[in-house]
Design a protein around this ligand. Structure first.
Ligand SMILES: *Cc1c(COP(=O)(O)O)cnc(C)c1O
Length: 493
């Protein structure tokens, strides 16, 4: 099939191996790494019918990471998708009413970020060895709540790596905050910022691009990389579960092989749904990609009008991991829609930076037809949680509920639909319990953990059972403009 190489969406000269792209995270010109072509697997599709999750992971990732040997890749996969997950199925598919929930929250931090962040550290370690990297790698991460803990979990105690996480101090759930602030690990740093996720992400991207800092890093034998979905090493592992879900639907007798399905994805940074877009373009029979937003509906507006406009108020919602106005991974979609026209991508990204908006014309605009945008408000999200629980005894978290609401309001065709379930309800306990019954309005996240356990007749997941009383390890907070200072303090003091 030939090797895949990687290049920057903004046209930086040169081709990079997957290893180089994974180690660097972001390209030096500020662009995102993209494969020079999306591997076509149509001829091989029949081979996946009976693959286990790990076998599927190898099938998909070997198509993209062509510089890894079979042995190297299989070792990474084996270590990642083992007993850190609370089910051997890794990503169970549950039928509820007329739809299917693909549960991606059975990893160590109870959110779908584990699907990729369980393997990224192994990929990065292997890549660093292959490329003979002698510097210490500093993982810089901005998080809207879930990436942070999943990255800390993955990179803790990995030799030759330090990890620094920035999160919006007022923009995450209590449980998310405690998961991060109580995280042990000598190579880990966690800092809250006075600002929102976009501020954190912009600040971190600026640090990546800072030339002065780059010199200092080199002198101290450090290099930066990223654990955000801007890293291609995170995106590719996310393609796997779309293949897995398709095969599961077939094995359960719900579809005939080759039938097209729809997927509905609760979206923030556009990473998860972009992985679905890659899966579709590889040849997995997906019809519509339904992009579900909360009140921060910048993507809905974009998909319906072709105009992206971040100039609007940022709203804090009960689905905080989707409170985002600048969806980084759209840049990769623009690259695909323009057939690799990097000067066009540059132009649009310049517009976004200078004016806060851009508009697609002609064929690029038409390319958006693979997607259907939908959004929902807080009331409908809460109603969905309570209705689905009353009628089907299935408890959704607030993010999954955004996707479910959008799905029920937009039944486009008769295709089978998969809702991507991105977090355990235990991670957003208070919002979920209050949606079910207002008698919980006065209790906090931690008090409600036990109540939720009773309701579901299950025990509180071991992953978060004790965090309320765990000692705080990281208490740093900084202004949104001080991200660079903070990084320097951590690295050079
Ligand atoms: C990160 C996250 C999302 C959004 O995913 P993107 O890849 O950023 O679009 C949705 N739900 C949960 C629970 C998340 O943690």
């Amino acid at each position: 099939m030939g090797n895949i190489s990687y290049k920057s969406t903004r046209g930086l000269k040169g081709n990079f191996t997957a290893s180089q792209a994974i180690i660097q995270g972001l390209a030096k010109d500020g662009g995102l790494f993209v494969p020079d072509r999306i591997p076509d697997i149509k001829e091989e599709l029949h081979l996946i019918k009976n693959l286990s999750y790990k076998e599927m992971a190898y099938f998909v990732m070997s198509k993209f990471f062509t510089d890894f040997t079979e042995e190297e890749l299989k070792e990474c996969i084996d270590k990642a998708y083992g007993d850190k997950f609370d089910t051997t199925e890794i990503a169970p598919l549950k039928k509820v009413d007329d739809t299917y929930f693909l549960e991606l929250f059975h990893g160590p931090t109870l959110a779908f970020k584990d699907m990729a962040l369980s393997i990224l550290p192994y990929l990065m370690k292997t890549a660093a060895k292959k490329e003979n990297i002698k510097s210490e790698i500093v993982i810089l991460t901005a998080t809207s709540g879930d990436t942070g803990k999943a990255a800390l979990e993955g990179f803790s105690e990995v030799p030759g790596v330090k990890i620094i996480v920035f999160f919006p101090e007022e923009g995450v759930s209590e449980i998310q905050k405690m998961q991060m602030r109580t995280h042990k690990g000598n190579n880990t740093y966690v800092v809250g910022i006075n600002g929102n996720f976009d501020d954190a992400q912009t600040g971190v991207k600026e640090v990546f691009a800072d030339k002065d800092l780059e010199d200092k890093l080199q002198k101290s034998n450090y290099m930066f990389s990223s654990a955000n979905s801007i890293n291609i090493g995170r995106l590719v592992p996310q393609i796997v579960y779309y293949f897995h879900a398709y095969a599961e639907l077939f094995r359960k007798g719900e579809i005939t092989w080759g039938d097209k399905i729809n997927v509905t994805v609760p979206t923030g940074n556009f990473g998860n749904i972009l992985a679905a877009y890659y899966a579709k373009n590889m040849g997995l029979p997906i019809d519509k990609l339904i992009c579900a937003s909360n009140t921060n509906k910048v993507l809905f507006d974009f998909l319906t009008s072709g105009r992206y406009d971040k100039n609007r108020d940022f709203v804090t919602t009960i689905s905080p991991s989707m409170d985002i106005l600048i969806s980084s991974n759209l840049e990769r979609l623009l690259f695909e829609l323009s057939h690799g026209d990097t000067s066009k991508v540059n132009e649009l990204m310049e517009d976004l930076k200078a004016k806060g908006n851009y508009k697609l014309e002609g064929d690029m605009h038409k390319g958006l037809l693979d997607f259907i945008g939908g959004y929902t408000d807080e009331e409908k999200t809460k109603n969905s949680i309570s209705q689905v629980f009353k009628n089907h005894k299935y408890l959704m978290d607030t993010h999954t509920a955004v996707a479910y609401s959008v799905y029920t309001e937009n039944k486009f065709n008769s295709r089978k639909n998969i809702i991507i379930s991105t977090a355990s309800p235990y991670k957003f306990t208070a919002s979920v319990m209050r949606a079910i019954d207002s008698k919980y309005n006065e209790s906090d996240d931690f008090k409600l953990l036990k109540e939720m356990g009773k309701l579901l007749d299950s025990s509180v997941p071991a992953q978060i059972k004790d965090i309320e009383t765990a000692p705080i390890v990281h208490n740093g907070v900084c202004d949104k403009h001080e991200i660079k200072n903070m990084v320097e303090k951590i690295l050079f003091n």
